[in-house]
Design a protein around this ligand. Structure first.
Ligand code: SF4
Length: 331
């Protein structure tokens, strides 16, 4: 007999193409684990990707590549719904309807809107301002009650909860208030030592890279800047190679730290050990991914099935909302 699931999880990610180890350790691994306890709905948010108008020529390829990574990492289309946001257009209708109950001042105070407006002053579009409303619609159209978030996304989710509360107050209880499920993900620093591994900063290692590519990328990583020569003692606590060892060679940390501090191992050899650790950990993932690549049309099938299952829930919710807002006669 199936165990009772705790609730419904929704999460969406911008389709950024091939995922990197920061995406894996920061989000995907958690998505996979949540499938055991929750009904999960995971979505490539292609409409959100349009707010910055980046790489739209590669949007379809990026969706395909991201989904291959998600599937190879263990997202299971039998247990979870995997789909593309725009394939369930009801969410755009709900976005419009929720926008009618969302005060303008709630949106202009959102820090990420101010930041994006600063970053792209030539394209401060409505989509940027309305992003939290669409995000709310994404969650509530599936009546999800749980959203995995990092600390940095708590403010967005709080706004979604405010919109839900307002709608429920105006039109009677309709949506559950989505609760944050804080992820205890490690912060994965970039190879260049910057705070976050990111594709746009080109400081990342793709999950699907070959072992040789991985080795080459790791060799470019910054280490302790004070360690100029092999004979200089190093400081593992400030070295981003060491922080990656914590993820990929947890059983060798004492040896790595000791030999670093006492200048008994050079950085090139130490990086080689890291590349080996990453390649060892990702070998099963890469084999599964290759198997999926050799099944043309498989990702399309998964996404079509996911969109169909998501549509059933979305249509039902939208009808309820339209009736409550007086747009449709009650059945
Ligand atoms: Fe970093 Fe390893 Fe070099 Fe020490 S030996 S500074 S941990 S790369």
């Amino acid at each position: 007999m199936c165990a009772q699931k705790k609730g419904r999880v929704f999460s969406g990610a911008r389709p950024t193409g091939r995922q990197h180890i920061g995406n894996y350790l920061g989000a995907i691994k958690n998505y996979v684990a949540l499938q055991d306890e929750y009904d999960c709905i995971y979505c490539a948010v292609d409409i959100h990707a349009l707010t910055t108008l980046e790489n739209t020529d590669k949007l379809q390829e990026n969706i395909q590549e991201m989904m291959l990574d998600w599937l190879a990492a263990g997202l299971d289309p039998q247990r979870s719904i995997l789909f593309v946001q725009s394939h369930v257009p009801e969410v755009m209708v709900l976005h419009t309807l929720l926008s009618m109950v969302t005060p303008y001042s709630w949106l202009t105070r959102v820090p990420s809107f101010k930041e994006k407006a600063r970053q792209q002053p030539e394209n401060i579009n409505y989509g940027l301002l309305g992003y939290p409303v669409l995000m709310t619609a994404d969650i509530v159209i599936y009546k999800a009650d749980t959203v995995p978030v990092g600390e940095d996304q708590l403010a967005h989710l709080e706004l979604a909860r405010e919109i839900v509360r307002r709608f429920n107050h105006l039109f009677s209880p309709t949506f559950p208030e989505p609760q944050p499920k804080l992820t205890q993900a490690p912060l994965i620093v970039g190879l260049d030592g910057s705070q976050k591994m990111s594709k746009s900063l080109n400081n990342h290692i793709e999950l699907a890279a070959t072992p040789e590519e991985t080795h080459k990328r790791v060799m470019t990583a910054m280490t302790d800047p004070q360690r100029q020569r092999k004979t200089d003692p190093g400081r593992p606590e400030v070295c981003n190679v060491y922080s990656l060892h914590q993820q990929f060679n947890p059983d060798k940390l004492d040896d790595i730290a000791y030999k670093c501090r006492n200048a008994l191992r050079g950085c090139v050899e130490c990086k080689g050990m890291l590349a080996d650790g990453i390649n060892r950990e990702l070998k099963p993932f890469r084999e599964r991914r290759q198997g999926l690549v050799e099944r043309p049309g498989y990702v399309k099938e998964v996404l079509a099935d996911g969109a169909q299952r998501a549509s059933v829930i979305a249509r039902e919710t939208l009808l309820e909302v339209e009736e409550k807002m007086g747009l449709k006669a009650k059945a």
